[in-house]
Design a protein around this ligand. Structure first.
Ligand code: PLP
Length: 230
């Protein structure tokens, strides 16, 4: 299947999942996760209207942003674990950094950003030890501490739930992210409207629980080749 065909199928499935949830399909955006795939695949997706692409490794983002600099309105989202020393490479290129999970990282982004940069707070909803993301109990503090920053703007929450075989089993974790956003709003710390959740195997379940942005890689570009270093 070509990238264009796969994209068309995913868009149709997003629309169907939104309709089934009584939601407007316009309210669910698609991030095409291109990590591990060549710039030529990104061009194929861009040619059929895809503009938002997700990358997980700083050096890979730097290289692709250069290879694709002629695509003027391409929008990069950084979705990988971000180390402070990589912020200087990522901040100038990413429109959105989806993986802010601690204050020192937020402060480094604020320092390195040349213009407004949108971020999502990544929350470890499953409380898994190996996973990045702030603990649900720390979310309000992080929202409070990042509120006064002038360039960094929090526009929502992001999560990667624990791996489960049946997407239905991921739903409580998606619901939890939505609930955390609601609680923050009630506490006067509005995290913004975005809920980035759902990947190739479970994006429909995420849409049922309120996802506004789904991050889909494999179902668009195919299996990822073994990763290069980034
Ligand atoms: C790789 C990745 C995805 C895409 O996963 P697929 O299963 O290929 O759709 C989504 N989100 C994050 C954070 C990722 O690292």
């Amino acid at each position: 299947m070509s990238v264009a065909e796969a994209l068309a199928r995913i868009r149709a499935r997003i629309a169907a999942a939104a309709a089934a949830a009584g939601r407007d399909a316009q309210d669910v955006d698609l991030l095409a996760v291109s990590k591990g795939h060549p710039s030529s695949s990104i061009r194929e997706a861009y040619a059929v209207g895809q503009r938002r692409f997700g990358e997980s490794y700083a050096q890979e983002l730097v290289r692709k942003a250069r290879e694709l600099e002629d695509l003027k309105d391409i929008e990069w989202h950084f979705i990988g674990h971000l180390q402070r020393n990589k912020v200087k490479d990522v901040a100038p290129r990413a429109r959105v950094i989806e993986t802010v999970d601690r204050l020192d990282l937020a402060l480094e982004i604020e320092k390195r950003a040349e213009r407004e940069i949108r971020v999502l707070i990544e929350v470890n909803v499953g409380g898994e030890e190996q996973k990045s993301g702030c603990a649900p109990a720390d979310l309000l503090d992080l929202l409070r501490e990042t509120r006064g920053l002038s360039k960094l703007r929090v526009i929502g929450l992001m999560t990667i739930p624990p791996a489960v075989d049946d997407p239905e089993d991921a739903r409580p974790f998606f619901a939890k992210l939505r609930e955390l956003a609601r609680e923050a709003r009630a506490a006067g710390l509005d995290p913004g409207p975005e809920l980035s959740m759902g990947m190739s195997h479970d994006f429909e379940a995420a849409i049922a629980e309120g996802a506004t942005l789904v991050r889909v890689g494999t179902a668009i570009f195919g299996e990822r080749p073994k990763r290069e270093d980034g």
